[in-house]
Design a protein around this ligand. Sequence first.
Ligand SMILES: Nc1ncnc2c1ncn2[C@@H]1O[C@H](COP(=O)(O)OP(=O)(O)OP(=O)(O)O)[C@@H](O)[C@H]1O
Ligand SMILES: [Mg+2]
Length: 372
Amino acid sequence: MVESTDTTVEEKEEVSSEAVAVDTDGFGTSAVSEEVVLEVKNLQTHFTTRWGTVKAVDGVSYHVKRGETLGIVGESGSGKSVTALSLMRLVPSPPGKIVDGEVILGGRNLLELSENDMTEVRGGEISMILQDPMQALNPVFSIENQVGEAIKIHQKLKGQALWDKVVDSLRKVRIPAPETRAKDYPHQLSGGMRQRVVGAIGISSSPVVIIADEPTTSLDVTIQAAYLRLLRQIQQEEGVGIIFITHDFGIVAKMCDRVAVMYAGRIVEVADVRTIFDSPLHEYTKALISSVPKLEEKTGRLPQIEGQPPLLYNLPPGDAFAPRSTLTFTPADALRRPPLVEVEPEHWVQLSKSSVADYDKYAHLMPDADAE
Ligand SMILES: Nc1ncnc2c1ncn2[C@@H]1O[C@H](COP(=O)(O)OP(=O)(O)OP(=O)(O)O)[C@@H](O)[C@H]1O
Ligand SMILES: [Mg+2]
């Protein structure tokens, strides 16, 4: 196979050291600045289906700082990808529609841009890096061609200047002999090198935010480790904010600075990664964390927690998690839509009796606490 014969000794060594490192440490640290580069406010994206309106994203707000990795976690169908697609304005329409909210990047609301301006933003200020390089690369075009295409669109370079930028982008993601590699086709590169090419395309436009949406199917663990390291390396060098979407709370611990937990199209808890692991408040967050496989048994990926995720076209009117909650509460408690409340500095939780065991401790923070 091309793949194995073409792997350089240098790269093999690198991959094997990564394979060992995956269980023992994180994927490098990030230098988070206080500058907010992306702000999502009250985003709502609905799908019209024959069963009714699916509220895939139901009032999501979050922000990303320069150099920060924000993890988005939640079960399958919780709205993680539709949120990301909404930021890029790539939700298929029909049946989808962004019905409300703002996405602020560089002082502009992306939801109000013309389609032409939005094309500049996509793959420009916001780019997506896929984990599976074969999905992202076209087998019939050379590496030079594919990296160059992205640069041509966003930076209008050509000739020698374009070539220099292609080589420079490949060098930045540590592809050895970039001038030679640029002439190759994807099948001539190893899996790890192909992934670096996808990374080079991702950063060629100097994005402010990179979205990394992990595929549901699990890839080889060494490939995954290489991918995570590449993202971290790009972040350290370019200072971008990363939105890292995953099911896997184990990877969150290694990759993310802050974490937003999604359930049924809403964010139920947000905090820095330490707080999320050490003192989670929402019952759903607790359940996800307790389902993380221990280090020695790293086979499990999809957390299994009691009960089924709700059908998004038939959501309970108040607290969507209530039907799965094991806490004691009245039907009236569950009927209130829980507000996202800042219970400690930078620690937000959807506060309800049905989903937060420590509700009484924070009840005074409820927006209508005085009225009761
Ligand atoms: N084209 C569509 N038409 C109708 N419903 C859709 C469409 N795309 C997504 N949805 C619904 O939106 C909801 C959120 O989907 P989304 O893909 O964001 O989930 P996810 O959290 O990314 O899940 P996964 O972890 O499996 O990738 C789901 O209920 C899904 O069925
Ligand atoms: Mg998804």
